[in-house]
Every structure is written in C-alpha cells, then in structure tokens.
Design a protein around this ligand. Structure first.
Ligand SMILES: *[C@@H]1O[C@H](CO)[C@@H](O)[C@H](O)[C@H]1NC(C)=O
Ligand SMILES: *[C@@H]1O[C@H](CO)[C@@H](O)[C@H](O)[C@H]1NC(C)=O
Ligand SMILES: *[C@@H]1O[C@H](CO)[C@@H](O)[C@H](O)[C@H]1NC(C)=O
Ligand SMILES: *[C@@H]1O[C@H](CO)[C@@H](O)[C@H](O)[C@H]1NC(C)=O
Length: 199
C-alpha cells in the first residue's frame, strides 16, 4: 500500500530536484479564456506552434537578447496568430532566453486549445491571440504584485507615483526594449526641519 509517508518523501524529493534544476523560471500567473478555442490539428494550431518556435529563436539571437521584446505573426486570416514576448531587463539575456523557451512549452500544457493566452514569470511575459494585440491598450488580464510595507508620506508618495509612472510609460513605449525603470529621488524625504530641531 503506498503510504502517506512515501508520498511526503516524494514531494520533498520533487522540491529538492526542483531547486537544483535552475532552468525553470519562477511562475507568477497565466490566463487563457476557454470561450475561444481551436481544434487539435487545425491550421490555427500549426500557425501557433510555428510562431512560438520563431519567438524562441528570436530570444536566442543576440539582437533578441539586447532587445528583450519581440512581436510577430504567423498565417493568414481567419487562422492568423499574433504573439509577443517581453523580458524584464533586470534579468540576464540567458535568463530571458530560457524563460521564453520554457514559456512556449509550459503555456501549451496549461492552455492546450485556447486561442488567446498570457503567461508571466519573473523574467518574462509571453502572450498570443487570434486577434490583433500589438500597441493596443488592455487593462485585463492583469497580475498585481504588492510591496507590503507601509508608506510614510501618502500624499507625496502618490504624487511621485503619478508623475514617475507617466515618465516611465513614455520612456518604455519609446524604447525598442519596451522596458524602463525609474527611482524617486529623496523618498522618504530627509527632513531638514527635524535635523534643525536637533541642532
Ligand atoms: C471553462 O472554464 C470554466 C472556469 O474555469 C469551467 O468551469 C468550464 O468548465 C470550462 N469550460 C470548458 C468547455 O472547458
Ligand atoms: C492529429 O494528427 C496526428 C498525426 O497526423 C494524429 O495521430 C492524431 O490522431 C490527430 N489528432 C486529432 C485529434 O485529430
Ligand atoms: C509589431 O507591432 C507593431 C505595432 O506596435 C506593428 O507595427 C508591427 O507590424 C508588428 N510586427 C509584426 C512582425 O507583426
Ligand atoms: C502597516 O500599517 C498597518 C496599520 O497601521 C499595520 O497594521 C501594519 O502592521 C503595517 N504594516 C507594516 C509592514 O508595517
């Protein structure tokens, strides 16, 4: 009889193996509505497979690395597929490449027949659809990561977030990398009045 202890051991072993194989990127989120699906062995499926493999080869090219963003299409209407990947450039080019490669097989396991899917890991995002998705504003699906720490000056903080995010969005859109970072100067504010009271 397979015992519960054996099962626990298997889980522990699985995690130890998981930790030692560094290739799998940290999974965060995926979404693939099952309202629009394709048939197995359809033209859409072969277009999708072809497109995903071309994203992997682009991520592996040296110019794919330096960009960290790529969009492409495959096929003709009504079986045309639109796909893109985006890497966070705080990760190495190798992590970007491995993430895109992993994502293209992982997404087909999680979303085997869905026409439209998105999957996100720490280093990269992969997204595809049968509809045009490039340069098109979409607020959903979304995945939000919080910093659980409290802010000390909420009014000033929120003003800084608004102005900084506006600059950031403009810079990211204008860049071929579609990625940008910004840091607030002097937050939390070093209090001069507090310092003068001490003196
Ligand atoms: C679609 O997804 C919903 C929610 O996850 C699920 O309840 C439903 O059974 C799914 N439908 C099909 C046809 O797979
Ligand atoms: C898809 O094609 C393969 C190879 O041609 C075949 O073995 C398989 O049964 C097909 N699957 C479906 C669902 O038609
Ligand atoms: C990539 O997206 C842009 C819009 O941002 C579009 O003009 C371009 O044609 C797309 N590239 C491909 C290969 O579809
Ligand atoms: C944030 O503030 C709330 C309410 O004052 C408090 O309960 C919570 O512990 C604080 N969290 C941290 C991370 O300091």
């Amino acid at each position: 009889m397979p015992s519960w202890k054996f099962f626990m051991f298997f889980l522990v072993l699985y995690h130890v193996i998981g930790l030692t194989s560094a290739a799998d990127p940290n999974y965060l989120f995926h979404d693939c509505p099952n309202t629009t699906t394709f048939n197995r062995n359809s033209t859409y499926q072969s277009n999708l497979k072809f497109l995903l493999s071309s994203l992997v080869s682009n991520a592996a090219r040296s110019n794919g690395f330096s960009t960290g963003f790529y969009n492409a299409t495959a096929g003709q209407d009504p079986d045309k597929v639109y796909a893109l990947f985006l890497c966070r450039l705080v990760f190495t080019p190798t992590a970007c490449q491995e993430c895109v490669s992993f994502a293209t097989s992982d997404i087909l396991k999680r979303c085997p027949v869905q026409r439209e899917s998105i999957i996100m890991y720490d280093p990269c995002v992969l997204r595809y659809s049968g509809e045009y998705i490039f340069s098109t504003m979409a607020a959903k699906p979304a995945f939000i990561l919080y910093n659980i720490n409290n802010i000390t000056e909420p009014v000033r903080f929120n003003q800084l977030v608004r102005t900084t995010m506006k600059e950031l969005a403009d810079a990211a859109v204008g860049s071929p990398k579609k990625f940008s970072t910004r840091k607030f100067a002097d937050y939390p504010r070093r209090s001069k009045s507090f310092a003068s009271k001490l003196l």
